[in-house]
Design a protein. Structure first.
Length: 163
C-alpha cells in the first residue's frame, strides 16, 4: 500500500452569485454530490468552509469557488468524477461557470496530509507554467506515486470525458 494519497483541486469562475436563480440547481445539488464523494471507494478527505462545502472559501478571488479533496489513488478519483452521479452535474458546468484554461490539478501528498489552498495554488501555477509533471498533473497525463515501483512514471487515461 502506498504511503501517498492523491490530492486534487478544481476551481470554477462563477457566471452569477451563488444565491442567484442561475446557480440554484448547482447549489441544490452540492450536498448530494458531496455525500456521493464521501461514500465513494478511495475517498479520504475534502475541504470544507462554513457549512458542508467550500463555497464560502474564496482564496482565488470573489468569483472563483474551489473544490479540493484527497483520494487513495488516481483510479478512485477518476471513478467518482467520470463514473458516478457526479458526471450528470459536471455535464452542466457551462451553465454555471465560465471557461477557464487550467482549472484542475492533481498531485501526491503523504497519507493523512490535508493540503492547503496555498499548496494547491502552487500546484496549479506549476501546471500552467510547465505542463504535466510528477509535481502537478491531470487525468490526461498522470504520474505514479513517489513510492511506486517506478516513481514518477507517467500514465494516461486517454478515454474521452463523458461530460
Amino acid at each position: 500500500m502506498s504511503r501517498y494519497q492523491l490530492a486534487q483541486i478544481n476551481v470554477a469562475r462563477l457566471k452569477a452569485p451563488l444565491d442567484s436563480p442561475e446557480l440554484k440547481d448547482f447549489v441544490d445539488n452540492l450536498d448530494r454530490i458531496n455525500a456521493l464523494a464521501e461514500s465513494s471507494e478511495g475517498f479520504a478527505w475534502r475541504l470544507k468552509g462554513e457549512g458542508n462545502d467550500a463555497t464560502a472559501l474564496r482564496p482565488f478571488g470573489d468569483d472563483i469557488i474551489v473544490n479540493m479533496s484527497v483520494w487513495r489513488d488516481v483510479a478512485s478519483l477518476k471513478a467518482f468524477v467520470y463514473q458516478s452521479g457526479h458526471t450528470q452535474i459536471m455535464r452542466r458546468r457551462r451553465e454555471w461557470f465560465s471557461r477557464m484554461e487550467i482549472y484542475m490539478v492533481l498531485w501526491w501528498v503523504p497519507s493523512g496530509h490535508q493540503p492547503t489552498t496555498a499548496e494547491a495554488a502552487t500546484r496549479l501555477e506549476h501546471l500552467r507554467q510547465h505542463g504535466p509533471t510528477p509535481e502537478a498533473f491531470t487525468f490526461g497525463e498522470a504520474f505514479s506515486a513517489p513510492d511506486a515501483s517506478q516513481p514518477g512514471e507517467p500514465f494516461s487515461f486517454k478515454d474521452a470525458c463523458p461530460a
